[in-house]
Design a protein around this ligand. Structure first.
Ligand code: NDP
Length: 817
């Protein structure tokens, strides 16, 4: 036998990690209690659940089964703790977070082994990835706690946060949730997943070790129906942060609708892994291993759809099969193992069911020749070829080690195929042509795009989804905003609008003496023979504004617009479902607006301001006519509106992304992208300013909009048609449908092609919008009936509006040979 033969035949020996310290740790403590107010308490139910080791199928530990009584106790502990923790200086919070990070590192091996035992994932992953990232998250957020006062002025913590995490990255998901929450001064009640609670319980011990004030972090183990649902519905919780399946995310959206709870959802995915024909195929193969066989494919952003350029498909598939044959599956505590166990029998059955369905649907299956261990829950790496894009396995999240391969010919086809999913969490692009990769990346509907790499995470770079992958970001500065709210929201004061008493007030400077009744120019004509004929004013009934055209309402009905004295001052069209559909279609057709330059968008906003200024008096009078407010007041609304257009023209080319430097050789380009089509519903206060304050930031950032103007005073918005028409605003960027606010907003919120909904109206309307938006999990921004002072530059304009108009896409670009 020569050296070559030895290399060919050499078997890996086992390299087992000793489980003893972790097993002893469990033995000494079980059955585990609940962690409330820094103490271990028995569950109110007196019940305990088995936690199973997935690689053996045998019980590992007994964990407490909390119920709603425990949720009450924990929330009230967190509420009490919030009173002081919320006011604790940033530097003090930073010290606690720093201490957590240090203690994670001190216990890193125990945490890594516990995680492997409890979840079934390989020790290589827990030791080298999960736990180091957990520590990094706490260090990074210690920094944000320190800098909060300087970097987020005017923001306050949200309060008590309910956090619900899944089983696929138990401690990492805990870190993603708890670190930013604490950094921003919130207190927490966290529910780990039923299958994987042990590292969260070790984390609770660390809270005791570092002396975190009691009640700041509370951990409740147990079942979704007992703990998760109670937490979601609890009135003492100010925010819910959830990671898990899209279906549960949707139910949480519905359950919290109208409650005023902030919500962030990190849900499922079916992420594309795109390989162009100039890619380095050996790197691609290792990339695929990391994309879909990492954590047995139980990764929300797993690259589960392999999209290969047609001319290299066969070569790549052959290479992949050869690599799959060499993958090692088995005891997760063996350091030479690539893949561990599936978390539970239920998940294993679901994978098996979907794989059988793939075979029935006609796809070609390939699995390595070796067999999986028979003890425990294992599933082999699996590759499907000959997959049609519409089949179940190409569309549904399998959440297992199953890759489906499809081919494309051109970059445009690759993008279309990649975006052919209801999800939008992540994507990988493989090409040695960086121009091509950077051209494709922004076109992919995904929160993270990895170029020539995959499954990269870092605390500095926000993570989160588009579409049905959820909303909100975890990590990065953008992730902090999930845990704060503007300080002014607590002390809302708003200048009175349209009060009946203002009608009777004497005219202000510049206001017509007839109390707001106007004579249109040319209405009275003085003839030379002394006879003065009166002409009725030329009727001006505003229509809808769709695709840059003024169109009649589909219903054929109009509705009256009244002044505060209940006199009819005009009519507007009564929009219906079809008008909304047409408007959404027009808004989509205008998506080229996002691709234009920010300079051009700024120019158009300035032009709108210019054209509005030319008609300042006319607009002021219109406000006066609709609201009865004094002329000076109305004129100042127009002035502020012009200034607001200037603000967003200014922001259009300045609200930019960032370049992060995570600990890797490369950069992450954090790009602020428009959301797409935003449906917006305007408040009745400040009919012009309230309208422009929503439209301007959204279009400045490249969105297109469908707007339902104030129902009571829609004429200021409809008067803007001519301003838009004369300002070079492309058709379809702004579409306006007048009519019944709540009926129309329901239709908009239910529309699956609308990407976000903004609603400024009643508490009830806000709730209905949040409920209806659960259909396609669109982002919502509603006011729950609370007024906002649109005149005020803090409440009425600025970063909050820009943030709601954008989503961050992180493009990872490694460099070096
Ligand atoms: P779930 O979404 O059911 O569970 C995630 C977390 O939510 C768990 O803590 C769970 O508790 C809790 N939960 C479940 N239902 C509710 C509810 N109604 N109210 C409040 N909390 C609730 O995921 P599963 O574990 O059932 O996995 C099912 C599928 O979800 C997977 O096959 C995969 O497709 C997807 N998934 C996606 C993840 C991601 O990271 N995006 C992570 C995990 C799963 P409990 O554990 O007690 O059930």
């Amino acid at each position: 036998m020569n050296v070559m033969d030895i290399f060919e035949t050499m078997e890996y020996g086992p390299a087992p990690e000793a489980p003893t310290p972790a097993l002893e740790w469990i033995q000494e403590r079980q059955p585990f209690g609940l962690f409330i107010n820094n103490r271990w308490v028995k569950p109110a139910s007196g019940q305990y659940l088995d936690s199973i080791n997935p690689s053996t199928g045998k019980p590992l530990a007994q964990i407490a089964a909390a119920n709603s009584a425990d949720v009450d106790t924990a929330v009230s502990a967190a509420r009490t703790a919030f009173e002081s923790w919320g006011k604790t200086p940033g530097h003090v919070r930073a010290r606690y977070l720093y201490a957590i990070a240090r203690h994670i590192q001190k216990h890193s091996r125990l945490l890594a082994v516990l995680e492997s035992l409890d979840n079934g994932k390989s020790i290589r992953e827990t030791r080298d990835l999960d736990i180091p990232l957990v520590a990094r998250h706490f260090y990074y957020h210690a920094g944000w706690a320190q800098l909060m006062a300087a970097e987020l002025p005017g923001y306050e913590p949200v309060g008590v946060v309910g956090q619900i995490i899944p089983w696929n990255f138990p401690l990492l998901m805990l870190a993603w949730k708890i670190a930013p929450a604490l950094a921003m001064g919130n207190t927490v009640v966290l529910k780990p997943a039923r299958y994987t609670s042990l590292t969260a319980l070790k984390f609770a011990e660390i809270m005791q070790e570092i002396g975190l004030p009691a009640g700041v972090v509370n951990i409740l183990t147990g079942e979704a129906s007992q703990v998760g649902e109670a937490l979601v519905r609890h009135p003492g919780v100010n925010k819910i942060a959830f990671t898990g399946s899209t279906d549960v995310g949707r139910s949480i959206r519905r359950a919290t609708a109208g409650s005023g709870k902030k919500l962030s959802l990190e849900l499922g995915g079916k992420s594309p892994f795109i390989v162009f024909d100039d890619a380095d195929l050996d790197s691609v193969v290792e990339g695929v291993v990391d994309a879909i066989w990492f954590n047995q494919g139980q990764v929300c952003c797993a690259g589960s759809r392999l999209l290969v350029q047609e001319d290299i498909a066969e070569r790549l598939v052959n290479k992949l099969r050869a690599r799959m044959e060499k993958l090692r599956i088995g005891d997760p505590l063996d350091k030479a193992v690539d893949m561990g166990a599936i978390v539970s029998p239920g998940q294993l059955q679901e994978i098996q069911r979907l794989v059988s369905q793939g075979v029935e649907e006609g796809a070609e299956i390939w699995q390595p020749s070796w067999a999986c261990p028979t003890e425990g829950y294992f599933f082999p790496p699996t590759l499907f070829t000959n997959v049609s894009p519409a089949t179940t396995i190409a569309q549904v999240e399998i959440f297992g080690p199953v890759l489906v391969a499809m081919t494309f010919r051109t970059p445009a086809e690759a993008v279309a195929l990649a975006n052919n999913t209801r999800y939008g969490l992540a994507a990988s692009v493989w090409s040695e042509n960086i121009n091509l990769a950077l051209d494709v990346a922004p076109k992919l509907k995904a929160g993270s795009v990895w170029i020539n790499c995959t499954n990269m995470f870092d605390a500095s770079s926000g993570f989160g989804g588009y579409r049905e992958s959820g909303f909100g970001r975890e990590g990065g500065k953008e992730g902090l905003y999930e845990y704060v709210r503007p300080a002014w929201e607590k002390v809302v004061s708003i200048a009175t609008t349209a009060s009946p008493s203002s009608n009777g007030s004497s005219p202000s400077a510049g206001e017509p003496a007839n109390g707001g009744q106007f004579t249109a120019p040319g209405e009275m004509i003085d003839s030379s023979n002394g006879f003065t004929p009166t002409f009725p004013p030329i009727d001006r009934t505003p229509k809808m504004f769709i695709k840059g055209k003024q169109v009649r309402p589909d219903s054929g009905y109009s509705q009256d617009v009244y002044d505060p004295e209940q006199r009819v001052i005009g009519q507007v069209g009564e929009g219906n479902r079809k008008d909304i559909r047409n408007a959404v279609e027009a808004a989509h057709a205008a998506s080229g607006w996002a691709a234009g330059t920010t300079h051009n968008r700024a120019q158009i906003l300035y032009y709108m301001a210019e054209n509005l200024a030319v008609r300042e008096d006319e607009f002021a009078r219109r406000i006066l006519q609709q609201t009865g407010r004094p002329y000076a007041d109305a004129a100042s609304e127009v002035q502020v509106t012009i200034s607001r257009l200037f603000s967003y023209a200014a922001w259009a080319d300045k609200y930019e992304g960032a370049v992060h430097r995570p600990p890797l050789r490369g950069v992450v380009l954090a790009m602020k992208e428009p959301i797409g089509v935003i449906g917006m519903v305007c408040s009745d206060e400040y009919p012009l300013l309230g309208f422009i304050s929503l439209v301007a930031p959204a279009i400045a950032m490249g969105n297109t909009v469908v707007v339902i103007p104030s129902q009571r005073s829609p004429l200021s918005a409809t008067d803007c048609y001519q301003v838009f028409e004369t300002s070079d605003l492309p058709a379809g960027v702004v579409n306006i449908v007048t009519g019944q606010r709540d009926t129309l907003s329901q239709v908009l919120a239910e529309h699956d092609d609308v990407d976000a909904m903004w609603y400024f109206g009643s508490a009830d309307g806000s709730k209905r919008v949040e409920l209806a938006s659960a259909g396609n999990m669109k982002r919502t921004w509603v006011n729950y009936g609370h007024p906002r002072n649109w005149l005020d530059s803090v409440q009425g304009e600025g970063e909050e509006f820009l943030r709601e108009s954008t989503q961050v896409k992180n493009i990872w670009v490694p460099y070096g040979e």
